[in-house]
Design a protein around this ligand. Structure first.
Ligand code: HSE
Length: 331
């Protein structure tokens, strides 16, 4: 059995999802020879630390009842710096202006030679090259499948399952909030504001939903794809972006009468990165409804490969984190 000491830095919906899947998948992980031992958890105010492994069930309960993870007044950054462990799960909120605490946390982890698995898009959309260099210098493994499309595999699909193929183009729907709003506006002929409120209630919108509806969240994901799959050194400022705020129920109805749906489509290849609303034929593989994400990869050997799945949600995003964790340590 391989024991991997790990921290969870950021204990919102995704961090809590990671704790839950570690509890639920304990037997499965043992069967594949992995003992993930969480030695520290930090939220924005407190921390729980135990070098023998914290009690995940008790901490989840405390977070839900008291709003904090623990008694210690220690920051995530201090944990990464001072506590001996191999793996940092970085699940602090996305900041696409500066990269936020996530960027500092990841750089500190690499400085101490720790591996990082993250769902945090901000640092990767802002400082991709710097992070890759720091990971390299720290001899650290760095995986971030959860940053693009939640549970829907895209990065690992391109890098692992389709290894050997040249990917020439990626396009799809990478924001569940926008897809939900557009799908529901079309079904209900309801106004945009009402559907945005519904999406927020369902919990998949960003803390600041303008990131979703203005296409910024999709743009960040396209930048990560551009850098990871097409070897660019792009930031979200390199993306041409139009959001969905000006789309009316009338426009959706007109499209529907002609056999189309309107979707917020992100597209990337080695010469452009674009995000904007597009007409998609109703029977096209990209015309998925509800809050689903979809990605279609054009490849030289395999032709088009299309995947669809849940792009947001606590357990769904934790699923992508868990698969990165397993793939690092099973190797
Ligand atoms: N707000 C995002 C979405 C969550 O709606 O898809 C995942 O990045």
């Amino acid at each position: 059995m391989k024991t991997v000491r790990m921290s969870i830095i950021g204990f919102g919906a995704v961090g809590q999802g990671v704790a839950r899947v570690l509890i639920d998948k304990k037997e499965y992980l043992e069967a594949v020879g992995l003992d993930f031992r969480v030695v520290a958890i930090a939220d924005s105010r407190t921390a729980a630390i135990d070098k023998n492994g914290v009690d995940l069930t008790a901490i989840l309960y405390r977070k839900q009842t008291e709003g904090i993870v623990g008694p210690e007044k220690v920051t995530g950054l201090e944990i990464i710096k001072e506590i001996d462990h191999e793996l940092v799960i970085e699940t602090t909120p996305t900041d696409i202006v500066t990269g936020g605490a996530g960027l500092e946390n990841m750089l500190m982890a690499f400085k101490h030679g720790r591996d990082v698995v993250t769902s945090n898009k901000g640092p990767l959309a802002m400082k991709y090259a710097e992070l890759m260099e720091a990971a390299d210098e720290g001899d650290s493994r760095f995986r971030f499948e959860a940053t693009v499309g939640g549970a829907m595999p895209v990065l690992n699909l391109a890098k692992d399952a389709l290894a050997g193929n040249t990917i020439t183009n990626v396009e799809g729907i990478f924001n569940g909030t926008c897809n939900y709003i557009l799908s529901r506006m079309m079904e209900e002929h309801a106004p945009y504001d009402q559907m945005l409120a519904e999406a927020q209630e369902l919990g998949f919108a960003e803390t600041d939903p303008t990131y979703d509806v203005e296409g910024i969240d999709t743009a960040c994901k396209m930048v990560i794809l551009a850098n990871c799959i097409f070897g660019m050194n792009a930031t979200h400022e390199d993306v041409t972006v139009t959001g969905i705020t000006k789309i009316t129920p009338e426009a959706l109805l007109l499209a529907q009468n002609d056999g189309y749906v309107i979707k917020l489509i992100g597209e990337v290849n080695d010469s452009m990165i674009n995000v904007g609303p597009k007409l998609v034929p109703v029977d096209h593989p990209l015309a998925v409804g509800g809050s689903l994400n979809v990605a279609s990869l054009q490849t030289d050997l395999s032709g088009p490969v299309t995947v669809t799945g849940r792009g947001a949600g606590s357990i769904e995003t934790a699923s992508a984190i868990l698969s990165d964790m397993i793939s690092i340590y099973r190797e």
